[in-house]
Write a protein that binds this ligand. Structure first.
Ligand SMILES: Nc1ncnc2c1ncn2[C@@H]1O[C@H](COP(=O)(O)OP(=O)(O)OP(=O)(O)O)[C@@H](O)[C@H]1O
Ligand SMILES: [Mg+2]
Length: 249
């Protein structure tokens, strides 16, 4: 690697996870430089969530090795967890707690010092301060996702793994969410974000397409479109998944 380039935030090879003997992630390799936004695309059931959960140390791979944030995936999973913000596909906070109470709860879980200041900062940063006493359960989809992002930023992670963070969110809220993601990347945070929205894929610095647990293509949007002989990202997606069906289904 060019010594002046940013270090790898993610550098894993051969990542594999089997359920009942069936590989749902099959020897996936991903390299992502620090400070980049990588879109993670693939059909339903292609293995995105499973991959993300292995990267953040929540699932132990059956095979594969590598590093996240320079730490060994297998031996240093606990240290990785402390530096990764993972936003789950399904809203994981408490509907019957307010925005502030939810953030305070997460800050306690992480045993963060200066908890009140950290929560205030997160409320401010995500524009949640004026709503801080609203119950999470009463929020619209867009505000819920913003709260979830605030919660996974509280411990100041260096790598964000966002699993379909904007599913079911309206276009304006999605745009605002992506403005936040870009701000975070500009501060040097690395982002891997799964999505089914092609307009979001366009906003990424690079993309990884997977299907049937295999990486189909990796690169910038322009590279992927050119390599697939496609007209745009959606066309590339359809073509690549069609080829994967022939190869792996
Ligand atoms: N705990 C589990 N036990 C058995 N099979 C599982 C388990 N978790 C996931 N799978 C299977 O692994 C495959 C990949 O699932 P995964 O959730 O990683 O896909 P995904 O790409 O995130 O899909 P989506 O776009 O729908 O979120 C699916 O066939 C799923 O049914
Ligand atoms: Mg998923």
């Amino acid at each position: 690697m060019n010594p002046t380039a940013a270090p790898w935030a993610i550098d894993v090879t051969g990542l594999t996870k089997r359920y009942a003997g069936r590989p749902v992630v099959d020897s996936i390799s991903i390299q992502l430089q620090a400070g980049r936004i990588c879109g993670f695309l693939g059909p339903n059931g292609s293995g995105k969530t499973t991959t993300i959960r292995m990267l953040c140390g929540l699932l132990t791979p059956d095979a594969g090795e590598g590093r996240c944030l320079g730490l060994d995936m297998r031996r240093e999973a606990a240290a990785i967890k402390r530096q990764v913000g993972y936003m789950t596909q399904k809203f994981g906070l408490y509907d019957d707690l307010s925005i502030r109470q939810n953030l305070d709860f997460v800050a306690r879980l992480f045993e963060l010092p200066q908890r009140r200041a950290r929560v205030d900062e997160a409320l401010e940063r995500l524009g949640l301060a004026t709503r801080q006493h609203q119950l999470a359960g009463a929020l619209s989809g867009g505000w819920k996702q913003r709260l979830a992002l605030a919660a996974c930023l509280l411990h100041q992670p260096r790598l964000l793994l966002l699993d379909e963070p904007t599913a079911g969110v309206d276009p304006k809220a999605r745009r605002e969410f992506w403005e936040q993601i870009r701000h975070l990347a500009n501060e040097g945070i690395t982002v891997l974000v799964s999505t089914h929205y092609m307009d979001e894929a366009e906003r990424c610095d690079e993309l990884v397409y997977i299907a049937y647990g295999h990486v189909l293509a990796q690169g910038t949007a322009a590279e992927i479109v050119a390599t697939a002989g496609a007209t745009d990202l959606e066309d590339a997606f359809v073509r690549l998944v069609g080829q994967a069906q022939d190869n792996y289904a």
